[in-house]
Design a protein around this ligand. Structure first.
Ligand SMILES: CCCCCCN(CO)Cc1c[nH]c2c(N)ncnc12
Length: 230
């Protein structure tokens, strides 16, 4: 059965580069989100941005699957770099995602863990391999690593380093792990790609404002080019 592909972002800027690529677009509003249904190269696509943070991302990912019947989810957006190897504009795909602000360590549990949960949720290998194929064809560099998610914009080197060491994370953002929990709980293959907008340090706010649009486009252009191989 042909797949219905969800492409999700957190902010309008992260999906804007996708919308003018869709044909036969219809929009619907549901649970305070706008969903854009259309086709791309003959594939059925649903595009939406969640708004920022884990709670909004959980709602939108769930609706894309339960309400719109998507059976595969691609996330495109921007992130803060933890690894020194990641410069602004560089692409990273998640091989796993964790929640850096989930903390019941008072009971002896590791950071990011709650009972019946897992610290790091793996992403779909097939989709990661498709991304590597596309990167090779386009001669693009692609980093693969753990992405840490939390409900805070990190603009502090100390916090960034702690997240990097605690979770062996290469980048950080505010929605990916929620998408991971929803999709893995519902058996929906998912893929999280981010382009770096800042380095999660004292300059992060300025860099984010300066590079959001260009980095969001870098990520979106890459993700849409994966669709024809899915
Ligand atoms: C109006 C402000 C909206 C910030 C939204 C940032 N997104 C969240 O997914 C990605 C991101 C880019 N850089 C980040 C950072 N340093 N910390 C957290 N998240 C991020």
């Amino acid at each position: 059965m042909p797949k219905k592909i969800a492409i999700m972002g957190a902010m309008p800027e992260e999906i804007a580069p996708l919308l003018d690529k869709l044909d036969n677009v219809t929009t619907s509003v549901y649970a305070c989100n706008t969903y854009y249904e259309g086709t791309y190269r003959g594939k059925e696509i649903v595009v939406a941005y969640s708004k920022i943070g884990k709670v909004f991302a959980t709602l939108t990912a769930t609706m894309l699957i339960e309400k719109f019947g998507c059976d595969l989810l691609l996330f495109s957006g921007v992130a803060g770099a933890i690894s020194d190897e990641l410069a602004i504009g560089d692409l990273i795909i998640a091989d796993g995602l964790c929640q850096h602000d989930l903390d019941i360590t008072a009971f002896g549990h590791p950071h990011g863990y709650v009972p019946e949960g897992e610290v790091c949720i793996p992403t779909d290998v097939t989709l990661r391999n498709i991304a590597k194929e596309v990167a090779n064809e386009k001669g693009l560099k692609l980093k693969e690593g753990i992405i840490a998610t939390g409900d805070q914009f990190v603009a502090n080197s100390e916090r960034k380093e702690w997240i990097g060491e605690t979770f062996k994370a290469h980048a950080l953002e505010m929605e990916g792990a929620s998408v991971a929990v929803v999709c893995s709980s519902m058996g929906v293959p998912f893929f999280i790609m981010r382009a770096i907008s800042d380095s999660a340090d004292m300059d992060a706010g300025f860099d984010f404002d300066a590079f959001l649009e260009s980095s969001a486009k870098t990520s979106a252009d890459f993700v849409i080019s994966m669709v024809e191989k899915i």
